[in-house]
Design a protein around this ligand. Structure first.
Ligand code: ATP
Length: 342
């Protein structure tokens, strides 16, 4: 089912939690709402679920305006960060709960529950109680319970937020596979960029109750729409354009800022005439990549990420003099800060 969010606004007192948010989610997609704490992700999810009354705007699900539709009639599955399983019911009974309310026959319930147990790969654990499961297993049961009633839309609010890093990582891959099986239009909230990148077809980056960009993980990373997106989805050096570093780059307004990812800076051991002198301050081994901190003119420090091969070739050590080169295509500035030079 497709979802249209049209100019949705929501205030809590004087605080604008959502500010004219518009968004389209295509049928069968898995979308991540990504942003810092307080950016409005959960409020947007709750608005789509019908858990918040809106100040303005509308929510259209599959062509139908659901803005004022009772939450029970929206046919939405919801999974929260803190699994809300019924403690006194077994895994099977938890999954069956919504089906029984909807008056499915005993046979149908039984068949559906077994299918779902298989889908969440907990076949052997159907008779356990929630207290006898790990956190990750409980979240899988919560998902099965949400999916049991065949929702049109599945909404997940930081579903793995309460789990430890290793389980989280396992469940991300699992959620992706599950989505490929089930293909129900899904939206999940996260503040973890890696999680969003790994799991989602498309990412919606939010900040201050607004959407900064919507795009695939590659689009968001390689073509960020704003400096905020660029720094939120990856590491970034912020360079003031007054630096001597920019004498070969006249496209930027003086006094503005230019952004560049650490792996997009080139380090040379000899000047090619278009590079700027720098000094190796510190070398940090990060495993598969190596971070080199360089001191530049005008008291600037930049971080450069090198592969192990690049690092070995350059043979860098602390205190060494090197040259740094900026490539125009790898630099990012707000469009208003670019000068029109023909
Ligand atoms: P987090 O990652 O911390 O959950 P979020 O991006 O999901 O953040 P929201 O939960 O949508 O953010 O909240 C956005 C802002 O609205 C926050 O500053 C929050 O304090 C405020 N807010 C949310 N719900 C209410 C409420 N019921 N009453 C008052 N303020 C609220």
């Amino acid at each position: 089912m497709s979802i249209f969010v049209k100019k949705v606004s929501k205030k809590f007192g004087n605080f604008q939690a959502l500010d004219e948010v518009s968004l389209e989610i295509k049928d069968g997609k898995l979308l991540a709402l990504l942003g810092p704490s307080g950016s409005g992700k959960s409020t947007l999810l709750r608005a789509i679920a019908g858990l918040e009354t809106l100040d303005a705007g509308s929510i259209i699900i599959n062509g139908r305006d659901t803005t004022h539709l009772d939450i029970r009639k929206r046919n939405i599955g919801f999974v929260f960060q803190h699994y809300a399983l019924f403690k006194h019911l077994t895994v099977r009974q938890n999954i069956a709960f919504g089906l029984e309310i909807r008056k499915y026959s005993r046979q149908q319930v039984k068949r559906k529950v077994e299918e779902l147990l298989e889908l969440i790969q907990l076949q052997g654990l159907g008779d356990r109680y929630p207290a006898q499961l790990s956190g990750g297993q409980r979240q899988r049961v919560a998902l099965a319970r949400a999916l049991a009633v065949q929702p049109q839309v599945l909404l997940l609010d930081e579903p793995f937020g309460a789990l430890d890093a290793k389980v989280r990582k396992e469940l991300r891959a699992w959620l992706r596979r599950l989505h490929e099986d089930v293909r129900v239009t899904s939206i999940f909230v996260t503040h973890d960029r890696e999680e969003a990148m790994e799991v989602a077809d498309e990412i919606v980056v939010m900040n201050h109750g607004r959407i900064e960009q919507v795009g695939t993980p590659a689009e968001i990373y390689d073509r960020p729409a704003t400096p905020f997106v660029m720094s939120f989805v990856g590491e970034v050096n912020v360079l003031p354009t007054t630096a001597r570093l920019f004498r070969h780059h006249p496209h930027y307004e003086i006094g503005s800022q230019v952004f560049v990812r650490p792996h997009d800076l080139e380090v040379q051991t000899e000047s090619d005439g278009k590079s700027t002198e720098a000094k190796v301050k510190r070398v940090i081994y990060l495993g598969w990549k190596i971070q080199v901190e360089l001191a530049l003119p005008d008291d600037l420090t930049v971080a450069v990420h090198l592969s192990r091969e690049q690092f070995a070739q350059l043979n860098l050590r602390s205190g060494q003099q090197v040259f740094i080169k900026l490539h125009n295509a790898k630099l990012f500035a707000e469009p208003s800060k670019m000068l029109n030079i023909v």
